[in-house]
Write a protein that binds this ligand. Structure first.
Ligand SMILES: C[S@@+](CC[C@H](N)C(=O)[O-])C[C@H]1O[C@@H](n2cnc3c(N)ncnc32)[C@H](O)[C@@H]1O
Length: 252
């Protein structure tokens, strides 16, 4: 992507409630799988974006959340929300790179990451972040996953370019076992978690920007790419989805 296209990309996502599929019920469902937590767990939310799940988590726990993202605009937006909601004691928002996190080992009871682990790779994330967890600490990650074999070729080709490392559920469970975690549970996010806070508002934005950039081929390329992604999900959602994986660092 050129610099201009990166700008267009962020314009598409500006003020969309989320930057990936998810909803409160899924965040809650994953959180409730974690038993025997301390009264005030320390939670690291990686790739928090504008923080819908960060704020949802804050409503579910008495713990302290460290929300990390490397996009300054998202970080500032979440900082504002935290102030407005009076969550300053509960949530610290930090501008940092997920592949160079500067926390001491065994700091966290929970690592949370919705729609963001793919950025450094599912396996890489599980392995790199493991030392940050206490023994018996949990990691909850939602990850784009193949749900059915033999996807239609246009779908396969799109994701072969967009996310070639995408695995089946069984593929990811194997990665989890190889990375020295115990599988606690996993579930597929409902389709409404894609539409309500993500693809519906994104589709409206795309329509607007298509008109705005009608004579600008470079910008339109990015806008049309987002449209194609939404169209493919509309047609082929049975083949892939977001899966929440809840795992626990081995007690050894
Ligand atoms: C798909 S969005 C998910 C955001 C949010 N968790 C949600 O579900 O709405 C991925 C997020 O990861 C952030 N990100 C991308 N690369 C990153 C990096 N190297 N370090 C930290 N955050 C990163 C992006 O800015 C974006 O907010």
């Amino acid at each position: 992507m050129s610099n201009k296209q990166t700008e267009i990309f962020f314009q598409i996502y500006q003020n969309i409630p989320r930057q990936g599929p998810g909803n409160f019920e899924s965040t809650k469902n994953a959180f409730l799988k974690m038993i025997d937590l301390p009264e005030h767990p320390k939670i690291l939310d990686i790739g928090c974006g504008t923080g819908m799940q960060t704020l949802d988590l804050a409503s579910l726990t008495n713990g302290k959340i460290f929300a990390v993202d490397n996009h300054p605009v998202y970080v500032d937006e979440l900082k504002q929300k935290v102030l407005q909601k009076g969550f300053s004691d509960k949530i610290a928002v930090i501008n940092a790179d997920m592949s160079a996190l500067n926390f001491p080992h065994t700091t966290f009871d929970i690592i949370w990451t919705e729609g963001a682990i793919y950025i450094i790779g599912f396996e890489n994330g599980l392995k790199q972040w493991r030392p940050l967890l206490k023994q018996g600490g949990y990691l909850a990650a939602s990850e784009l996953t193949w749900l059915k074999p033999h996807p239609p070729s246009e779908l396969k080709e799109f994701w072969h370019v967009g996310y070639p490392a995408m695995q089946s559920i069984e593929g990811n469970l194997q990665i989890i076992r190889n990375s020295e975690y115990k599988i606690i549970d996993y579930f597929v996010l409902p389709e409404s978690a894609w539409w309500n806070y993500y693809y519906h508002p994104l589709a409206e934005r795309v329509q607007l920007l298509k008109r705005h950039y009608q004579d600008d081929a470079e910008a339109l390329e990015v806008v049309n790419m987002t449209q194609s992604e939404i169209d493919l999900y509309q047609r082929y959602s049975e083949y892939y989805g977001y899966v929440f994986y809840i795992v626990q660092k081995f007690l050894n």
